[in-house]
Design a protein around this ligand. Structure first.
Ligand SMILES: Cc1cc2nc3c(=O)[nH]c(=O)nc-3n(C[C@H](O)[C@H](O)[C@H](O)COP(=O)(O)OP(=O)(O)OC[C@H]3O[C@@H](n4cnc5c(N)ncnc54)[C@H](O)[C@@H]3O)c2cc1C
Length: 535
């Protein structure tokens, strides 16, 4: 049995745990992070993330003439979240985040050397209900990898670094209580099974969400999405299994809104999987035709950039809960993207030259990589050949050539009519999106599918990919874990995705995007600061 002691234990070395530790070191407290993963995984999901953060009234927004304010952002947040009357702390967290994200996250990151792309992206604009009324998604120059690496480096160079420790491959299983107070935790070494116990005045749970455990995702499936799809890919952390949520519940902590999840509709199998059912989340090409399992166009047409949850709902409403996207190579070159650091090397490696080349000439590297390696991609020079390949991939004859051909020809005829006479809702959406400069650069202007100069045709089979847990451990504004009746459990705190990003679900039903990293950092800082000041 190994024994450890510190002033504060942080369970989980993701971005939330790291920021809590940094704040505690600022206050001169002894901190020990325990993480189940190996050292290469230090930084958690943030390290593989795209690194987009939600800010309100940033320098980048101001420079681009985007007027924003906390009041406007909070209106958008409430519209998207659809909070219920019992959501007191989730609402308070949302309000505090929009008010404090500039000084407590944006300026703090900038002071640590983090920089953002000059033009914020406009995601989650919403439809019914409305979402982001202005662009707020600020992409870190260097992606989430830069974010995690810089914060990890800040731990190593902190003036109080002698007060900091981290133990990898330490799987925490239970919380230790004494006289009604949490005084530590216990678990075992991931590889050799050696048991350990750690003691502290305060314990912070920063172990991520539940969406890395697909059976648990299915067990908490939201009723709006009918039954869970047969195949759900895993786009979360391999250790985001909710076991620490269980440990918190065992000692009386409240879990809330576990059925609120931020999953994506366009998941494909990773071709170098690092976990079972490892899924990649594509940023769906907006000029592609989104088809159901039979090859029929889904109506109303699905277009990304408005409401991610609505896309998931539409796919889950189909008889078979997966879909196809159909495009040609020219559309793919301009519009295909994959979320995360791994598939955005020009931004991750901070190469303006490669970034500009991909914008101008199309993302040849990515299209090549995906069409050659990803098993959910098929390419062909004619529709009959493509449908044969789609059916071969699925292992049946579910895709109907006539239905698919009809859908493509009708769409192409609409495109050919020119912008003034286009009634197709997808084309109207595209025209709306292209009003914004950042979107104009990434969306084809007027592109038919059956264009000989744009061949080959590409079809992508897409599954639901699980990602963020919007619900979690209920906390108050000091990140203290709450029992029934909103009574704080002494000595116990929760931050980041484990806490539903604050309060057990600060996003309600939907996220405005960039709020996941933003709130993980924010809650980590709030917990660290609160404990540090109180001590
Ligand atoms: C590909 C990808 C792209 C993304 N892009 C964005 C984006 O652009 N913007 C955005 O806002 N969000 C994005 N996200 C989401 C965001 O990265 C996460 O929500 C956030 O990083 C969660 O941080 P966390 O510290 O709370 O949890 P995690 O990063 O999940 O860290 C939890 C840590 O706890 C450890 N742990 C788990 N269980 C135990 C245990 N029992 N004992 C000990 N340790 C344990 C894990 O090993 C892990 O290191 C993205 C996510 C992915 C996967």
């Amino acid at each position: 049995m190994a024994n450890y002691a510190a002033d504060v234990l942080v369970i989980g070395g993701g971005i939330a745990g790291i920021t809590a530790a940094l704040e505690l070191l600022d206050h001169g407290r002894d901190v020990l992070i325990l993480d189940r993963d190996e050292e290469t995984g230090f930084g958690g999901l943030a390290k593989e993330s795209f690194g987009g953060l939600f800010f309100v009234n940033s320098r980048e927004q101001q420079r681009n003439g985007i007027k924003d304010s906390p009041a406007q952002a909070l209106r958008d947040w409430h519209s998207f979240a659809e909070f219920g009357p019992a959501d007191r702390f989730p609402k308070l967290w949302a309000e505090t985040y929009v008010e404090r994200c500039i000084p407590d996250v944006y300026e703090w990151l900038r002071a640590g050397g983090i920089r953002f792309l000059p033009l914020p992206a406009w995601v989650e604009r919403g439809e019914t209900p409305p979402g982001n009324s202005v662009p707020r998604f600020h992409i870190v120059w260097g992606t989430g990898r830069e974010l995690a690496t810089r914060l990890i480096a800040a731990l190593g160079s902190h003036p109080n670094r002698s007060r900091f420790g981290v133990k990898f491959q330490h799987r925490v299983e239970t919380l230790v209580t004494q006289g009604g107070r949490v005084v530590g935790c216990a678990g075992a070494h991931e590889r050799d099974g050696t048991p350990f116990e750690a003691r502290a005045e305060h314990v912070i749970v920063a172990s991520g969400g539940i969406n890395g455990d697909i059976p648990r995702v299915k067990a908490n499936w939201h009723r709006d999405w009918r039954k869970p799809p047969e195949v759900i890919l895993n786009g979360s952390h391999k250790y985001a299994d909710g076991k620490l949520h269980d440990a918190v519940a065992t000692i009386g902590g409240r879990l809330s809104h576990l059925d609120n999840m931020w999953n994506y509709a366009s998941g494909v199998h990773h071709y170098r999987p690092r976990k079972p059912l490892h899924g990649l989340s594509l940023v769906p090409a907006k000029s592609a035709l989104w088809l159901n399992w039979r090859g029929e166009r889904i109506f109303p047409p699905l277009v990304s950039g408005f409401d991610t949850r609505a896309l998931v709902t539409a796919i889950c409403a189909q008889e078979r809960q997966y879909s196809w996207q159909l495009m040609n190579r020219r559309i793919a070159l301009k519009e295909l993207a994959v979320s995360g650091a791994e598939f955005n090397p020009s931004i991750r490696d901070k190469s303006w030259l490669r970034f500009a080349r991909d914008m101008l000439l199309g993302n040849r590297w990515l299209v090549e990589e995906m069409t050659v390696n990803c098993r959910d991609f098929v390419a062909a020079r004619s529709l009959p050949e493509l449908v044969d390949k789609m059916n071969a991939l699925q292992g049946d004859s579910s895709v109907d050539l006539d239905a698919l051909t009809g859908a493509v020809r009708r769409y192409d005829a609409e495109v050919a009519r020119g912008p003034e006479l286009q009634a197709d809702p997808q084309l109207r959406r595209i025209a709306e999106l292209r009003q914004y400069r950042a979107d104009r650069m990434r969306i084809s202007k007027s592109q038919t599918i059956l264009d000989e100069r744009a061949m080959p045709l590409i079809a992508i089979r897409e599954f639901i990919v699980s990602r963020k847990s919007l619900g979690g451990i209920a906390t108050d504004l000091e990140c203290r874990v709450l029992a029934d009746g909103d009574q704080p459990i002494a000595g116990l705190y929760a931050v980041g995705e484990a806490a539903g990003f604050g309060g057990g679900g600060m996003h309600g039903l939907r996220g405005l995007e960039g709020t996941f990293l933003g709130a993980s950092i924010f809650t980590g800082r709030m917990a660290g600061r609160g404990i540090g000041r109180a001590s």
